[in-house]
Design a protein around this ligand. Structure first.
Ligand SMILES: [Zn+2]
Length: 448
């Protein structure tokens, strides 16, 4: 894989991000990036205590050395969340210094800088410190608003991202492992996109597909290198995560980066799941979701759908009222009891449409199956990659039993209006059988 070529392709289609500076020991490029995109502007280096030490201080010094006007704002709290008080503080800092933010950090620091800059109608630079999430280049920031409720604010991604592989590879191994798992979710979510495309509910955006899928296998190809912090392996991983955000903005949708596997993570977040009294990282939650979805695909491939009795499936297809009642029952103890009801109301389709979808499925099988097989990874192979990178390979490693995973799966099918592999199984009347293959005797997640 030619990193520079991939970067060029990304920048060609990227709407907001205009520079992806990648390489080893490249923090000295920051003054040039400032000059190129924000000529004459003052810089405000924004970091927390840890990221200041990792890269912030260096960034500050490089700017001083280049005789740029620079100040800093460092969050000194040991533990902090993306709370509104920091947005207010950043508002003050930006107004007082009249400068451009250089966010040194991932997750919270980047999200805070993203929203604060957007509120002032200005853009910013992001210096990445860890390859743990794919939100760097997304056009949303997750912030706790004035009431304390987590809200996704629409804003603009960074104008420039500076990813020093030396810095990224120094991050704790478990954080980069989480990023690896998050990136791996682009395997099954794309296969589910193929199903949605076949069923006519969401067509494939070829540009975003090519951008994200083009080098995906290569980016996931060195789990040992990611674990041991080899700069080239971590750089590739980070690039994959950055492309996800670019693809989202390009296609105007999250369809190109996530599907059912991410719903497992949302479910665990919404139910405040903890393991050893701590929340589980987004990437590790997604790891288990990805393994589950890949296991369902593997089970799906054992069915010969070319012999599907379409009329029989259509006959037993439930009414919207039945599905709504099922959703209310399934989600009755969930923090948002109406969630399943609302989403299945959007997702449910009448018998005539189900008939057409199933005929398409039957008539295109086994070619369609082959295409799906080429896209998803056998679950054992994925487990071995996760083992090598240091991500969880079984639900118990994030504090879930196989039985709980099975239960969450029923909710995942209903949690989002997007068509996924579970919906295909429901339509083809093979859902229960498919679950048995995964959770029954001899299954990957056998319930004992
Ligand atoms: Zn994710």
């Amino acid at each position: 894989m030619d990193t520079q070529k991939v970067i060029e392709q990304a920048l060609k289609v990227s709407v907001t991000t205009k520079a992806l500076e990648f390489g080893e020991n490249i923090l000295d490029r920051i003054p040039f990036v400032m000059d190129k995109f924000f000529p004459g502007s003052k810089a405000i280096v924004f970091a927390d205590k840890i990221t200041w030490k990792i890269a912030g201080e260096r960034v500050y010094e490089e700017l001083e050395k280049a005789k740029k006007e620079v100040s800093s704002y460092i969050i000194t709290d040991d533990h902090f969340h993306p709370d509104w008080k920091y947005i207010e503080k950043l508002d003050e800092v930006i107004e007082e210094k009249r400068g451009i933010l250089i966010a040194v950090g991932s997750g919270v620091i980047n999200d805070l800088a993203k929203l604060a800059s957007f509120r002032h109608g200005q853009q910013y630079i992001c210096v990445a410190t860890v390859a743990s999430v794919d939100g760097y280049t997304a056009n949303i920031a997750a912030i706790n608003d004035e009431r304390g409720a987590k809200v996704s604010f629409k804003c603009l991604p960074p104008l420039a991202i500076v990813a020093d592989s030396k810095v990224l590879s120094g991050a704790p191994a478990f954080m980069n492992a989480a990023g690896y798992a998050d990136l791996s979710s682009k395997i099954s979510s794309a296969a589910e996109w193929m199903i949605a495309d076949l069923f006519g509910t969401e067509h494939i955006h070829q540009g975003a597909w090519n951008l994200i899928q083009g080098s995906l296998r290569d980016m996931l190809g060195d789990p040992d290198g990611v674990r041991t912090g080899r700069p080239d392996a971590v750089e590739k991983l980070f690039l994959g995560l950055a492309l996800a955000g670019v693809g989202m903005e390009y296609s105007g949708d999250t369809r190109c980066v996530a599907c059912a596997e991410h719903q497992y993570s949302h479910y665990l977040d919404m139910t405040h799941h903890t393991f050893n009294s701590r929340p589980v990282s987004h990437g590790f939650q997604v790891a288990i979701g990805e393994l589950a979805i890949c296991a369902f695909f593997e089970a799906l491939f054992t069915f010969d759908l070319s012999k599907l009795d379409v009329e029989k499936c259509v006959e037993v297809w439930p009414s919207l009222e039945q599905e709504q009642a099922r959703a209310l029952e399934l989600f009755k103890d969930f923090p948002i009891p109406r969630l399943g009801y609302d989403e299945i109301t959007k997702k449910w389709q009448p018998k005539e449409e189900i008939r057409v979808q199933l005929q398409l499925l039957r008539d295109s099988w086994p070619e369609f199956k082959q295409k799906l097989q080429a896209q998803v990874m056998p679950v054992r192979e994925l487990q071995s990659l996760f083992l090598r990178v240091g991500a969880p390979t079984m639900p118990e490693q994030i504090g879930l039993s196989n039985k709980e995973l099975r239960k969450i799966t029923d909710c995942v099918q209903m949690m989002r209006w997007r068509i996924n592999v579970l919906d295909l199984a429901k339509r083809a009347s093979i859902y229960d059988e498919m679950m048995d293959k995964v959770f029954g005797p001899g299954g990957v997640f056998e319930i004992k």
